[in-house]
Design a protein around this ligand. Structure first.
Ligand code: F0G
Length: 433
């Protein structure tokens, strides 16, 4: 089945070879996407095959990305695939979080169970496979932390060099530690994410380094499998809503593409509504979505949020994300630092836990149900994008009443769970209990 790179802009749609090293359309500057001509599988047969692959010992089948290789068919052979057994993430019911969010029921698809603790692994196995196929020896990304952790792991596992550029002092230590431990050459740049992305694009072009930010269309292909696996786990019953945090908007683009393709290819009959949640201090996509007369995203010059994973003011994938949210009759919401912090503690108390950006989902759901946009009896899946241990500093500060928002206001620790210092004395501890 032939794959191409196609310009995403409806007025252009120029096609390029899948082995061209391109991140934007050379004709119009638009974003690129992988497209497939002559896709002709029987959806019911594939659903059974994907199920059967779950008990296979083949590494391709054990991967929760490559198990679904028929819907990400951009490679001719699988020789270049390096898998750390990504994907395979659980869908967890969370009744207490549902109540907090104003819903009768809620399930979390927890991407924090991935090998490097975030959804980036779904896309990175594809991006690195493409890098190897192209004969690249070095890969680079700018990151708020998770992309760099993931790229470091997959590039090192593949035997190529990871080069990482991060905003100095603005990513959590958990993520920085991963990049160092996985052996990436790590540059802490004194600039914000958006500025560093421009810088890295120049360096990639000049030095022939392969860029693995989410502007890379092959990463988007991998992230599509989050949706495929979700639907597979639900026996192909389509939820009413899928809720996710929005930063650079790669994941929103991937989810929308997956859903459109699955419908077009006959796997599902309807498309769920996508709800994208941003942090108030970094919400350019929310503003764009509200202003129906505006056709271009207005970047936020100085994005601010403690949810550093989504601290992005100029998201590159906004044209794709806008189309996907509109086509799904979806919604975009923004939430405050306080709302994120409280929602995060509620998710933790369900025994599930996540990093701050992921908790924006539950905070957003609470707002959407209160505003009547989301019905209380809706069937909702929220995607938790990162693991709780990514940012322990935030957690400790919240539970000990020391968490300050970027503007200096103290976050109320509404669900504080303080550690208790006690003497080494059974008698005294027993009275406390
Ligand atoms: N949640 C987490 C935990 C993230 O790390 C990111 C993005 C997002 C949500 C937003 O996803 O960009 O696809 O809209 N992190 C990137 C990084 C930017 O560099 O790790 P998005």
């Amino acid at each position: 089945m032939p794959a191409q790179l196609t310009c995403f802009e409806s007025s252009c749609r120029t096609r390029f070879s899948v082995t061209d090293v391109l991140y934007n359309c050379p004709n119009c500057g638009g974003l690129l996407e992988a497209t497939y001509s002559g896709w002709e599988f029987d959806p019911e047969a594939l659903k059974s095959l994907w199920r059967a692959r779950r008990v296979s010992n083949l590494s391709l089948d054990q991967s929760g990305v490559w198990r679904y290789r028929e819907v990400i068919a951009f490679l001719e052979t699988f020789d270049s695939v390096v898998s750390l057994r990504e994907g395979n993430t659980p869908q967890l019911p969370a009744p207490a979080a549902a109540r907090y969010g104003g819903l009768d029921r809620l399930e979390f698809k927890h991407q924090g169970f991935n090998p490097t603790g975030s959804f980036k692994d779904n896309g990175m196995t594809c991006g690195v496979a493409q890098a190897l196929r192209l004969g690249m020896r070095r890969v680079a990304c700018v990151s708020t932390g998770n992309t760099s952790a993931s790229m470091a792991a997959y590039a090192s596992a593949a035997g190529i060099e990871p080069l990482i550029f991060i905003p100095h002092g603005n990513i959590s230590y958990g993520k920085l530690a991963q990049a160092l431990e996985y052996g990436a050459r790590t540059f802490q740049v004194e600039a914000n994410f958006d500025q560093i992305l421009a810088l890295v694009r120049v360096l990639a072009e000049r030095l022939g380094i392969y860029l693995l930010n989410s502007i890379n269309p092959f990463r988007i292909e991998g992230q599509k499998t989050i949706i495929v696996e979700m639907l597979d786990q639900r026996g192909w019953s389509v939820p009413d809503w899928i809720v996710l945090p929005g930063g650079n908007l790669g994941n929103t683009s991937a989810f929308g593409k997956a859903l459109r393709e699955l419908k077009q290819w006959g796997f599902i009959q309807k498309i769920p509504r996508l709800a994208v949640i941003q942090a108030e201090g970094a919400a350019p996509f929310y503003e764009l979505f509200q202003a129906s007369e505006r056709h271009r995203l207005q970047p936020v010059g100085h994005p601010e949020t403690l949810a550093t994973a989504i601290k992005i003011g100029d998201p590159v994938s906004w044209p794709k994300a806008l189309r996907e949210v509109k086509e799904s009759s979806g919604a975009v919401e923004k939430v405050s630092e306080q709302e994120i912090a409280d929602a995060k503690a509620v998710i933790g108390k369900c025994g599930i836990g996540c990093e701050p950006a992921s908790a924006a989902t539950l905070a957003g759901i609470r707002k959407l149900t209160a505003g009547g946009v989301m019905r209380h009896d809706a069937d909702v899946v929220a995607v938790l994008t990162g693991n709780l241990l990514k940012d322990p500093d935030y957690i400790y500060r919240y539970h000990t009443g020391q968490l300050d928002a970027p503007d200096g206001t103290r976050i109320q620790s509404s669900f504080a769970n303080r550690p208790i210092v006690v003497p080494n004395d059974a008698e005294k501890i027993a009275t406390l209990l």
